[in-house]
Design a protein around this ligand. Structure first.
Ligand code: ADP
Length: 255
């Protein structure tokens, strides 16, 4: 299967009046369609920079990024972003919030509206369609934000610490929820997180980055038996703590 995303020896530095800050060094990574990749690494190592490069907000200094088998600038790939804050507008109903992306892109029609209504239904939000976002719990808000992003049918979804503003219990529930939705929709997702358990419960592979400038220290594939088929169930799998230890050890090793 052809990769949906490829980093080929990508380097990137920030330039400011204070000088140069090298952020990424020799990053090579290949992601298959439908894969869920988690990126972990020390604070300030370059994780968000990596996402900005995928979305095209930043361009590589050297090396190449390919999306859908084409050079990034010509790929036409549709990239979705999910952030810590859900950015739902209180003055719009939940329904009008989830339609917002389509509205901005002039993509509103009977078919896209029906798709959004069906997602609200599938993911338990249809009873809140005409309510303001304040009527939703923290988890439901993130679900609404995800539906708004999925409505645009992104080829790749970038998740930048999307659950870190939530309290611990909600975070577990929402992680489970969002992870299951993304699996069901077959989306390719790249998650940046500092929460190792979150990475292990959600991802197919964990990419472990070094201190800045980030290089890939290790890519760890995760294999769970079928009995552990949801993020919450993965937490009780015997291999969970082994994966945790392996990533922790790698992060703590020099560099
Ligand atoms: P992470 O997401 O891993 O915490 P970032 O990708 O946000 O790290 O940042 C990597 C490094 O680049 C950090 O040291 C940060 O200070 C620096 N950096 C980020 N954005 C800029 C910028 N616009 N100008 C200069 N340096 C930046």
């Amino acid at each position: 299967m052809e990769p949906i995303l490829e980093f080929i020896d990508v380097c990137f530095s920030y330039h400011s009046t204070n000088g140069e800050t090298p952020a990424l060094s020799g990053i090579s990574l290949s992601v298959k369609p439908g894969e869920f990749i988690a990126i972990v690494g020390p604070s300030g190592c370059g994780k968000t920079t990596l996402l900005s490069l995928i979305s095209g907000l930043l361009l590589p200094e050297s090396g190449e990024i390919r999306l859908l088998g084409k050079a990034q600038g010509t790929s036409g790939a549709n990239i979705g972003y999910m952030l810590q804050k859900d950015h739902l507008f209180e003055w719009r109903t939940v329904y009008d919030n989830v339609l917002l992306g389509l509205e901005i892109r002039h993509g509103l029609n009977q078919q896209t509206k029906a798709q959004v209504s069906s997602m609200l239904d599938t993911y338990g939000l249809s009873a809140f369609k005409n309510s303001p976002p304040s009527a939703l719990s923290g988890g439901m808000r993130q679900r609404a934000a995800l539906i708004r992003t999925l409505a645009l049918e992104p080829d790749i979804l970038l998740l930048d610490e999307p659950f870190s503003a939530l309290d611990y219990q909600t975070r577990l529930e929402v992680g489970d929820d969002i992870g299951s939705i993304l699996r069901k929709e077959g989306k390719t997702a790249i998650l940046v997180t500092h929460d190792l358990a979150e990475a292990i419960t959600l991802a197919d592979r964990v990419v472990i980055l070094s201190n800045r400038p980030a290089r890939i220290k290790k890519i760890l594939p995760l294999h769970f038996d079928e009995a552990f088929d949801s993020p919450l169930k993965r937490r009780s799998a015997p291999c969970f703590s082994e994966y945790f230890d392996e990533i922790w050890k790698e992060l703590k090793s020099n560099g």
